[in-house]
Design a protein around this ligand. Structure first.
Ligand SMILES: [Zn+2]
Length: 264
């Protein structure tokens, strides 16, 4: 039995990037703790706290034993970094050492064996995701815990981006940006087969009602995933990828795929 801390930027990231891995680890009897840096509320409104409640529902479906919010506010996506909401700091403005200290304390308290964090650009460059990488790397160093970083194969993203363009789910100007997402296949050290856990992964995604019921392209994509038949969802979301700094390929936990076992 190992204890794994899955560190994420926002509610719903835990499903999309690591949901199947969390479910698989939990099903094998390991303890998983989901830590989220931001509460997911860009604005302090009447719905404050709703995203964290959705996260708790999602984590329960995946089998995680505990959910922790590091206390920061969502920095939002786009060129403008808005003022801090009352009483909270946007994660992009957070002091990296302070945030890493909080995460390291949790890793120590939980006797964690492994930290799941993000690749250097946080998959797709969102400022809060980049900060997760920075804070995760520093916290792992402070607590002396092994870290592996969630990512996506760049070559696969390029194929998906071109498909989304054809389906008119992606504006042309975003294509070039998407071609730089994730990491080259050659740097990916862990490729986790989560096909047996996709029903849980899809149900966990559906627990995030705020993005499911939202407007805009990302909400459309979210709904497409939540409503797709399970075989389709399995094909799209049945694999998760990690890169371990230094290129090591040891198993995440006993019984887990260590080295890439399928080709994308
Ligand atoms: Zn996010």
């Amino acid at each position: 039995m190992v204890t794994v801390v899955a560190f994420h930027a926002h509610p719903d990231d835990e499903v999309l990037l690591t949901g199947g891995t969390i479910a698989r680890l939990a099903a094998d009897g390991h303890r998983v703790i989901v830590v989220v840096a931001c509460d997911g509320d860009v604005w302090a409104g009447p719905d404050q706290g709703r995203r964290l409640a959705e996260l708790r529902a999602s984590a329960a479906i995946l089998g995680a034993g505990r959910v922790v919010h590091l206390g920061y506010a969502d920095s939002g996506y786009g060129p403008v970094l808005f003022e801090d909401p009352p009483g909270r700091t946007r994660f992009a403005r957070a002091d990296i050492g302070e945030a890493a200290g909080k995460l390291a304390a949790l890793l120590t308290e939980e006797h964690a064996d492994l930290l799941l964090s993000y690749d250097p650009q946080g998959g797709y460059g969102h400022r809060d995701h980049v900060r997760v990488h920075q804070v995760g790397a520093q916290a792992a160093g402070l607590a002396g815990v092994r870290v592996v970083e969630a990512t996506v194969p760049r070559e696969l993203v390029a194929r998906v981006a071109r498909l989304l363009l054809v389906l008119r789910l992606l504006p042309r100007h975003r294509l070039d940006e998407m071609l730089g997402y994730g990491m080259p296949q050659s740097l990916i050290t862990h490729r986790i087969d989560v096909r047996r856990h996709v029903a849980q992964k899809q149900a966990a995604l559906a627990a995030h009602q705020t993005p499911v019921s939202g407007n805009g392209r990302s909400a459309k994509l979210f709904r497409l995933l939540v409503r797709s038949p399970l075989p389709v969802f399995r094909a799209v979301c049945g694999t998760e990828w990690f890169a371990e700094p230094g290129g090591r390929t040891g198993k995440l936990a006993r019984g887990h795929a260590a080295v890439p076992d399928r080709q994308d």
